[in-house]
Design a protein around this ligand. Structure first.
Ligand SMILES: *[C@@H]1O[C@H](CO)[C@@H](O)[C@H](O)[C@H]1NC(C)=O
Ligand SMILES: *[C@@H]1O[C@H](CO)[C@@H](O)[C@H](O)[C@H]1NC(C)=O
Length: 418
């Protein structure tokens, strides 16, 4: 609590790192220019210059399941002021895509799970979807990716597992037809439920039931140069077994960490270990070259009684340390050359989100645009906002998919073994 009251002091007391997310060259643009002026360059560039949806290291998820958050135009103002360039949304809302036009913000749109079946069986619907929701906003709105489905494999709706790849292929083919395939990257976000093991990191493995769907999907992603996207929440792992997990390990705070005897590597934070577990699972499945991207990570600033660790102090610590971690542009112990890239969940607290109370309280910003806690951002109308406003913290709700928690709980008991 001391930290919460003296936020400015706490931030200044720690080492500052450059947080700029705007200084990476954008390969995709360069590629397009080359392709335009020199068609033969395609021959040389196609195998290496695969499209990059994520140009920085620090992105954010702009969820909108709320009736009280700022308008898309205000969101543009906020994101630009905070220098956050990379953004994901969970649909292809036209008011958002219009507001992002001409802003330089790079956005990944989502094809919702409810449309997967249709997109999988009807290539022409997929083509129309891409025309209406992607092509018509380019190039002014920098749509750089399409996330086809969210947490489908390993998730509760088994009927979607078998249609995901078909939808991915039809959406990809649509981008090829429209000559957008070198501009817009196709991916899907996975939860940790796709893994049967993730501790220690070297033992990372896909679940047997998931594998038959995952492997062909990864083969296709490998062909088109797409990364493996995963949502990783040290918070959920901690909340599932606070007795046995060192919260400092989950929060990037000083800790003895864990030792992976197979890799002979030491891990001082859980997120790095989760990423390397994903790399291990990919290697186990035969995809040694595929990059891992974190499409969601975050920490709730409030939650139900049962959700240990969901408070503003911990959320601030996690998000502050995560921001510093990403700004270092470093890889993980097992993949030191693959710079860690993550989209934070989430931009705002979302008051209409169903599920546990934590679901409504992941925002770096409150619904009025002010900061939820100080990690170096300023918020909309900075100066007017009260740092200690508790306005948007409420406590209703029922059910985020906690599947990953069960998969991870097996590893948890071992976390201090070393
Ligand atoms: C995608 O397009 C390629 C080449 O045009 C074609 O061979 C393939 O069958 C198409 N795939 C789907 C799923 O429509
Ligand atoms: C937040 O949770 C931690 C345990 O995870 C606890 O030590 C701390 O006192 C809590 N802070 C507040 C403000 O409740």
């Amino acid at each position: 609590m001391a930290c919460l009251r003296r936020k400015k002091h706490c931030v200044q007391g720690q080492q500052r790192v450059s947080f700029s997310n705007f200084d990476h060259p954008r390969q995709s643009n360069m590629y397009l220019i080359l392709r335009f002026f020199c068609p033969f360059s395609i021959l040389f560039f196609t195998p290496i210059a695969s499209v990059q949806a994520f140009t920085g290291t620090y992105g954010i998820n702009y969820g909108r399941i709320a009736n009280n958050i700022p308008s898309p135009d205000e969101v543009v103002t906020l994101l630009r002021a905070e220098k956050i360039r990379n953004v994901r949304i969970y649909d292809a809302d036209h008011s958002v895509l219009k507001a992002f036009s001409g802003t330089g913000l790079e956005i990944v749109v989502g094809l919702p799970n409810g449309q997967l079946q249709d997109m999988s069986s009807n290539p022409d619907h997929a083509l129309n979807w891409v025309k209406e929701n992607v092509q018509s906003f380019l190039p002014d709105t920098r749509i750089r990716g399409i996330a086809v489905g969210n947490e489908v494999l390993g998730g509760g709706d088994y009927s979607l597992w078998g249609v995901l790849l078909g939808a991915v292929k039809n959406i990809y083919n649509a981008t090829v037809k429209l000559h957008l395939d070198q501009l817009v990257q196709i991916s899907t976000a996975n939860s940790f439920a796709v893994f049967s093991q993730s501790y220690p990191p070297s033992s990372g493995k896909f679940d047997d039931n998931v594998n038959q769907f995952m492997k062909p999907l990864l083969e296709f992603f490998q062909q088109i140069g797409s990364p493996f996207c995963v949502n990783a929440y040290p918070f959920l792992v901690y909340a599932s077994d606070p007795e046995h997990i060192d919260i400092n390990y989950a929060l990037f705070e000083p800790t003895k960490g864990i030792y992976d005897p197979t890799y002979r590597l030491h891990y001082d934070n859980m997120l790095d270990a989760q990423i390397d577990a994903a790399y291990a699972a990919l290697e186990d499945a035969g995809f040694d070259k595929m990059e891992v991207i974190i499409t969601e990570t975050g920490w709730a600033s409030n939650g139900d009684q049962t959700e240990a660790g969901a408070n503003a102090t911990n959320a601030r610590t996690y998000n502050y340390n995560l921001r510093r971690r990403l700004a270092k542009r470093k890889g993980t112990p097992h993949r030191p050359k693959n710079v860690v890239k993550a989209y934070i969940f989430a931009l705002f607290n979302e008051n209409e989100k169903p599920g546990h109370s934590s679901e409504k309280n992941y925002g770096l910003f409150k619904a009025d645009g002010s900061i939820s806690y100080d990690i170096g951002f300023h918020g909309l109308n900075a100066g007017h906002s009260s740092l200690l406003s508790l306005k948007n913290i409420n406590t209703q709700g029922l059910s985020r998919s906690y599947a990953m928690v069960f998969f991870l709980s097996s590893l948890i008991l071992l976390i201090f073994w070393s």
